[in-house]
Design a binder for this molecule. Structure first.
Ligand code: SF4
Length: 178
């Protein structure tokens, strides 16, 4: 369990992050001449293969870090408020920390969407050091994803239900099996 000091430090950080986010949103609402939020994709490859997803493959190489820097710099020149890194699975990019650090150097809010499978303590430390401010982990939303899966894969759902009904009809009654 974290010490009181650590918890206090985390709370202070969290409050300051929230205030920064609110300021960015207010800034964006009062000035419509710049992007509020942009998504950048450092790699299209993913370590999962969710049935409903068409935003990944299993072979793409990471986008070269220099190219990602150019994209971040361009977004900064456009005065983008928030940059979200997604994919594919962004944690498969070996120099993701540097990309995040570049976003933060420009004073832009840095976020990431990940499936979370590669999040180990060492990687989390690196992300913290790079300045990542918020993280959305798809795996933490099983209900929403479950519904999304069912609603976008009707064919799979129907065939699974049919299969289940069929196997139940074929299964011996409990009294027969004993
Ligand atoms: S983890 Fe994300 S990118 Fe990968 S297949 Fe699933 S939804 Fe698509």
């Amino acid at each position: 369990m974290p010490s009181t000091r650590t918890r206090l430090r985390r709370s202070v950080k969290s409050v300051s992050r929230t205030i920064r986010g609110i300021r960015k949103v207010i800034g964006a609402l009062t000035s419509a001449d710049h992007p509020l939020l942009a998504h950048i994709i450092p790699i299209r490859r993913c370590n999962l293969a969710c049935e409903y997803c068409n935003e990944y493959d299993d072979f793409s190489k990471p986008v070269p870090t220099e190219v990602m820097f150019q994209r971040v710099d361009k977004l900064a020149a456009l005065r983008t408020s928030v940059v979200t890194i997604s994919g594919g699975e962004p944690l498969l990019h070996p120099e993701l920390d540097q990309i995040i650090a570049r976003i933060r150097q420009h004073g832009i809010v840095a976020g990431m969407i990940t499936n979370g499978y590669l999040l180990v303590p060492e990687r989390i430390e690196r992300l913290n050091r790079a300045g990542l401010e918020w993280l959305h982990r798809l795996g933490s939303e099983p209900r929403r994803l479950g519904w999304r899966y069912v609603s976008t894969n009707t064919r799979f759902f129907l065939s699974a239900a049919k299969e289940l009904a069929h196997s139940r009809a074929q299964a011996p009654l409990r009294s027969d099996a004993q």
